[in-house]
Design a protein around this ligand. Sequence first.
Ligand code: F6P
Length: 546
Amino acid sequence: MKNINPTQTYAWNQLRNHFLDIKAIHIKDLFFMDKYRFKKNSIVFQDFMIVDFSKNRITKQTLQLLLELARECFLEEAIQDMFAGKLINATENRAVLHTALRNTSDKSITVNHINIMAEINKELEKIKIFSNLVIQGRWKGYTGKSISDIVNVGIGGSYLGPYMVTEALRAYKNHLNVHYISNIDGTDVTEVLRKINLETTIFLIASKSFSTDETLSNANYLKHWCVLKTNNPQYLENHFFALCDNAHLAVKFGIKYENIFKFWDWVGGRFSLWSSSGLSIALSIGFKNFKLLLNGAHAMDQHFLHSKLSQNIPVILALVSIWYTNFFHTETEAIFPYDAYMHALPEYLQQSVMESNGKSVDRNGCLVGWKTSPIIWGQSGTNGQHSFFQLLHQGTFLVPCDFIIPVISHNSVNNHHEKLLSNFLAQTRSLAFGSNYASEKKGFLNYRTEYPNLVHKLCSGNQPTNSIMLKKITPYSLGSLLALYEHKVFTQGVILNIFSFDQWGVELGKSFAEKIYKNIEKEISHESYDSSTLGLLNIYKAWRSR
Ligand code: F6P
């Protein structure tokens, strides 16, 4: 992978000038000038997804320059490098091969001269056999009863991906109840324990490193609780499983070697739902559906790998995002799934995008002089319309948004879905075009004089959106959608010249937490902490002791 400073490219300079020409142009004028704008600025993927990026503040020239930027940053070569297993996660000296987990072709993929497909397929087979046993009631708990509840204990990528997918695919769910414990907040574990019967529950300890404090603290608590409550020292044998890249630590914890589902160091935590880290997904929707999820992602991988840049959906969305962040100086991007099952998508994308690209040192080790990751936020459905959408329509921020909706709902109720779709279309339309009276050729000042009462109702529009319409949310289409976002993140990282696959920033907080925890019960010397941390700690101790 080449380390190009994007701002030193010819295209970036051209984009700077181009921005001055385009910044005042209104989206409504772009549509007015070209009646084929939608057709030219939307891409259909297979027969179930359309990505419409026409309601953006871009012209043909913007796209050409952005594509030129991608070429100057050697994006195509970087894509090849990732899929070929080159060590592109250089700060951790690792390949990045979550795409291999969903490789359904016969193609072999090698890491350090070893074909990893054999291992991947072996692990997939293990997931298949185990999930079938549990779902069919043939895996028994310590009293001989079938399993009814699954508890996934994990945080970050070992939680957000599996949780988001099991929620998004609730329509495919079987009889098993799936629970997630992620936080070190005792409420998390307590509330789940209230809902389950230990005789019929299995625990999946999901941690790539098998050393994350939140996960291990919860796992240890559960281990002791279960052995105590069941009065059965062998409880772990049939009830505890590890999903990890560190079998040694899992065995030390007390998990049987056969109960360990492996994944590998070339699978980043936030890209791990496709691996055995996604066992809760396979258990919840069945292995067949899990495989369809992988197949859908593989289809998008092939699109990303083989489509020319100008027709490449993840590439286009990444470039448009870079355009706003770096030239319009936007700071956030919003994700609005119009599907209640997809409610956890914004939360999942927050980790995917911000943990990957929230960096300020480039691949040359220099401080970046450009913007990297936007802040991701969002919410599902029309709920947002009745709260913060006001700011999108009339506030002072420019917020590029992704609107996502299925054409066919899993729950057909009266004409609800037609109304939901109408809202979806109405929002993207009004964000782009503004109020009707705003489209008249009158400036704001004229309005103020002529229509003093209307001025507060004026919506100027020109707020950019992408619309992603899926035929239906299925395991396959969801797989494609998630892979699309993964590759968008990758593309942005390549062009912005940062390392997207490490997360050293989160380590600092972890090490401080460790230090504070060790000192919490001891006398703390004044030199160790700043006055705020010390002050709060002292209040904590004082209030706890009363
Ligand atoms: O918070 C950082 C992080 O390393 C994430 O990248 C990761 O998804 C999460 O912690 C959990 O890590 P693990 O799966 O090793 O427990």
